[in-house]
Each structure stands twice: as C-alpha cells, then as structure tokens.
Design a protein around this ligand. Sequence first.
Ligand code: ZN
Ligand code: ZN
Length: 215
Amino acid sequence: MRHRILPVTHYQQNCSLIWCENTNQAAFIDPGGDVERLLAAVQEEGVELSKIILTHGHLDHVGGTAELVAKLGLPVEGPHKDDSFWLDMLSTQAQMMGFAPVASFTPNRWLNDGDTVTLGDQTLAVYHCPGHTPGHVVLHHKATKKAFVGDVLFKGSIGRTDFPRGDYEQLVTAIRSKLWPLGDDVTFVPGHGPTSTFGEERASNPFVSDKRLKQ
Ligand SMILES: [Zn+2]
Ligand SMILES: [Zn+2]
C-alpha cells in the first residue's frame, strides 16, 4: 500500500490518498475539501478511486465527501455512528468554520472497533478511539506499519477535547490502550501537521509520553 498526503482547506487538514499497488485501487481518507486538487492527484498517480474513508465527522475532514460522491458515486466508510450528530450538523459547522455550504450525507457503512476496511489486496484495521469526537476511528495498515489517526494524536500534541461530547480521559485512554500496542515503529499520519511515530510520542509527547502518564 502506498500513500500521498494532500493538505486541504485553510485548516491544512491532511487528506491521504492511499492505494494498493497490486490492483491500483485507491481511497481518500478524510477528503476535507479542495476536491479539484484531490482529483488532480488521483490523475497524477494514475490510480483508480474506489472509496472514501472517514476518521470522524468534523468538517475539515469530511467537507469534500458529498461533492466526491455526487461526481463519482463512491461508497463512504466511517466514521463510527457516534459521530452521526457531527455529520447532521455539517451546515452549522460550515458557518462556524467559514466554509462554503456543504451538503449532508450518510455513510454507506459505519465502522466499529475490530472492523476491517479493504482496498484491493490491502486491509486496514479499525480502532474506535473516542475523546476528540465520540465516533472517531483510526485506521492501521499492519504490513507497512502505518496508521491514519485523524485528530486523535499529533506530533507533540493530542486532539482537542472541548467540543460537544469530547472527553480528555477517554482520549488519553484510547491512545494508550488502542494505539501504543500497535508498536513503537508505527508511523502515523495525523489530521494536521507532520507525521511521527508512536515510539517518538511515547518518548516526548507532553500529553501522553510514558513519563507523563506515570505521574
Ligand atoms: Zn477534528
Ligand atoms: Zn481536524
């Protein structure tokens, strides 16, 4: 599986274009906006888009979904159904965040902890990691030791928990119990900013380092 990071919107949200090099099947994880640019990347890579995967219901992560579905009829997988209230509020989110109005949509498949998402010959494992939003999911590709973690974890930080139904303790517990066991050598693509590894964050992240969590 290969991937390319495409920062979108003025929030510089990291949309990932991922694809299976055996079958050329591709997916967007969190197509937050700038759809023309996203589709140009698909052309450049010469891959075949077959689905959209969403980590959570925040507009900067899902804002391009309805447009892509209208254009290409792609199925949408994720997030967990506990984020349905965020998807129902997309027009409110657009007003609050200064985005152009977007259409609401319902995913074809809600994801649960322990599910898998397939793409060509590749399999991504689903981990439900609530705290930033209640229905946030993380996708892990074991073979290449990569994780797409949305706004759960960042290099040097963690997701905000001051939104409706956010929960700091839940978020820290999810990072510790769901992400750390995947291994220190897993490279993760966060929703914003540079990539890092779980090992680096366990060593130095001021919110969730091993040292901090022992205190
Ligand atoms: Zn978010
Ligand atoms: Zn975000």
